[in-house]
Design a protein around this ligand. Structure first.
Ligand code: TRP
Ligand code: SF4
Length: 400
């Protein structure tokens, strides 16, 4: 299988809560053991909506990185960095803006949706319109092949794919492409060259996707071949020109929607969250005061877990035995709501305890955290510089 590179970002706009943990971070933890991963703090993206309250961003950046580390994102397995410390993102964003039709950005659904939703803010800015293109630059600059995102972000990845395709179409047509591709085939050695020709024909003549995948994998694994030749061979497989920017796939985060204290999706804007740094006695208090099935007015009134937000938390935190106890006990009024909530309190507390202990260690050692990020930025920057060299080259900017 071809090597996958995973990239994802998060906006630093406040404290992380259990919704982030179950919805995003646990997925990152799994991915970091399976693929090369880059995770970054999207501080410029945060500025598109918080340009008038930059202090929120400043406060959130380091806490967010600490929460990632405390949750188990491992700097030995994943590159952790900050978007604004890799200014190449901005350069690519500018260059991509030259060839991205305005209508592509205007029709991204989040543009109008968010403007309406955040109507208390003036979001008729150039930066907000450009939000998805900046995201495209984030992704394309690392030639990421996989982007784990929630459903709402899918249109941004679709846009990224279109931008990459257009870029390759415009700038991947070098003079004498076919001759150069044919010469690169020879460099594969006779056996592999024959295999390449065979697989290319299987794809181009019969649409054999497996052959395409196998050929891509072979090229990527080829030792001692220049980037340029590899890209020619990859582009030649599909017919067109050189593939400079890679079209990413999106990976929908498995729908593990975390419900909040009121039964709605857990979200800061609903004021129904439990933050990762929530003091544990406050956790217990929040759960104890959660609403339950309104039918249970007296302790002797039976209820229905399906109508109770506490049940949604049992679904996350309780084993089958406890869940059966809740179902039976609630419907027959054998248990009270206070008793029913206790296993949920225990579950959340047990989950948060080790995270908070690790967070405290990192919080006490800001130098360690800054070093981890500095190293990550350095690594990310190296990759970004390589792509920018190629991009400048094909866009005619490498004159001296
Ligand atoms: N827009 C994303 C969000 O709000 C954050 C983000 C910025 C991102 N750049 C990215 C996610 C690149 C994935 C890849 O969640
Ligand atoms: Fe909800 Fe449990 Fe009370 Fe039933 S017993 S209403 S599930 S808290």
């Amino acid at each position: 299988m071809a090597v996958e590179r995973v990239l994802s970002g998060m906006r630093p706009t406040g404290q992380l809560h259990l919704g982030h943990y179950h919805g995003v971070l646990k997925n990152w933890l799994r991915l970091q053991h399976e693929h090369e991963c880059l995770f970054f703090v999207a501080d410029w993206h945060a500025l598109t909506t918080h340009y008038d309250t930059p202090e929120v961003i400043e406060e959130s950046v380091w806490d967010m990185v600490i929460d990632w580390l405390a949750a188990g994102v491992d700097p030995a397995n994943a590159t952790i960095f900050i978007q604004s410390r890799v200014p190449e993102h901005a350069e690519l964003y500018t260059l991509l803006s030259m060839m991205t039709p305005l209508s592509w950005l205007e029709r991204v659904p989040t543009y109008k949706d968010q403007q309406e939703k955040l109507s208390n803010k003036d979001l008729s800015t150039y930066g907000f319109l450009g939000y998805p293109l900046l995201q495209s630059a984030d992704i394309l600059i690392y030639k990421a092949t996989q982007v784990p995102v929630g459903e709402d972000q899918v249109p941004h990845i679709e846009l990224t794919r279109e931008v990459a395709r257009r870029f390759n179409h415009i700038y991947g047509r070098e003079k004498g492409f076919e001759e150069k591709a044919e010469a690169a085939i020879k460099k594969l050695g006779s056996k592999r060259a024959a295999l390449y020709e065979e697989m290319r024909a299987a794809y181009q003549e019969n649409g054999d996707e497996e052959a395409l995948e196998a050929a891509r994998a072979m090229i990527e694994e080829q030792q001692g071949m220049s980037m340029g030749d590899k890209e020619r061979l990859l582009g030649y497989l599909e017919g067109g020109g050189k593939i400079i920017l890679v079209e990413p796939d999106y990976k929908l985060t498995p729908a593990s929607k975390m419900f909040g204290l009121d039964g709605q999706k857990m979200s800061k804007s609903y004021n129904n969250t439990i933050s990762l740094r929530e003091p544990l006695d406050a956790v217990a208090k929040k759960i104890k005061t959660m609403p339950t099935d309104p039918a249970r007015i007296r302790r002797t009134d039976p209820g229905d877990p399906a109508k109770c937000p506490v049940w949604q938390l049992h679904e996350v935190y309780s084993d089958d035995k406890t869940k059966a106890w809740v179902q039976d006990g609630c419907k027959s009024a054998a248990i009270g709501c206070i008793g029913c909530k206790q296993p949920v309190i225990d579950g959340v507390v047990n989950e948060l305890k080790p995270i908070q202990a690790r967070a405290a260690e990192y919080a006490e050692d800001p130098t360690l955290v800054k070093n981890i990020v500095a190293e990550g930025c350095e690594r990310a920057r190296k990759l970004a510089r390589e792509t920018m060299r190629e991009v400048r080259d094909v866009m005619g900017l490498n004159y001296s």
